[in-house]
Ligand binder design. Structure first.
Ligand code: ZN
Length: 242
């Protein structure tokens, strides 16, 4: 037991709460910052994925064009071969048939040529998309890295502040009865970092804003025990008491 009056101990707990409230909020910030950064990274990775997709699309266009160029070459070979055969042909009928065959191959050839031309236009479009995505990825990467640096700095500042508060906290707990401190810390853990709250107005709990009975108000005024709110279980005090 400590020889400091309950009233003075409550006053100390109120001071302790200010420190613990700040520690609680800083710890939430410490948890949130990496999450925000991860979300930003996700966005950046997504854009990188889009860029890769567009680059693959360009590759596919190029591969198809290569195939068509080979096809075109084989049509040209066929035409050359058929043209060479023309001189060996004896009959008119065979000659006409050969000419018609050559015309067919030429028609096929021009279809392939057309497709190759279109594929160059496709490449231009996809190349423009690639350039656009590269700019986007570059900007996002720059923003992400800047944010990362800033967040890492912020985290260091927060961790430093928590260290300072932790040592202030040690001093602030001096003179508080260990059983009071235990109760306070248990509530702190379960009630979002707010364990002790003032009565608001005449008779409202400053934590859950529900009514506090006159009997409880009297108990608080007597300052012989830690009085808890019946609804939210936080410790209650009267601001005018100090
Ligand atoms: Zn309450």
């Amino acid at each position: 037991m400590t020889d400091i009056s309950v009233k003075d101990q409550i006053k100390k707990i109120v001071e302790l709460q200010k420190i613990d409230g700040e520690i609680h909020n800083l710890k939430i910030e410490l948890k949130e910052k990496p999450v925000l950064l991860a979300q930003m990274k996700e966005g950046f990775e997504f854009s990188k994925g889009v860029l890769t997709e567009v680059e693959e699309k360009l590759k596919a266009v190029q591969v198809t064009r290569k195939e068509r160029e080979l096809e075109l070459k084989s049509k040209e070979d066929e035409i050359a071969k058929s043209n060479a055969q023309l001189s060996q042909i004896k009959t008119n009928k065979e000659y006409t048939a050969k000419i018609s065959e050559i015309e067919h191959i030429k028609a096929d050839k021009s279809v392939i040529e057309e497709k190759i031309l279109i594929s160059y236009d496709e490449s231009d479009v996809v190349n423009a998309q690639i350039e656009e995505e590269k700019v986007k990825v570059g900007e996002e990467e720059k923003n992400y890295l800047a944010k990362k640096k800033q967040t890492e700095g912020d985290i260091k500042v927060i961790e430093g502040r928590i260290k300072v508060l932790d040592s202030q906290r040690k001093n602030a707990t001096e003179g508080i009865d260990p059983s009071f401190l235990n109760r306070y810390e248990r509530i702190l853990k379960h009630k979002d970092g707010i364990a002790i709250v003032p009565i608001q107005g005449e008779d409202s709990c400053g934590g859950c804003f529900m009514n506090v009975t006159p009997q409880k108000i009297n108990e608080i005024k007597m300052s012989q025990e830690l009085v808890e709110c019946e609804i939210c279980s936080r410790i209650l005090y009267l601001e005018g008491d100090f």
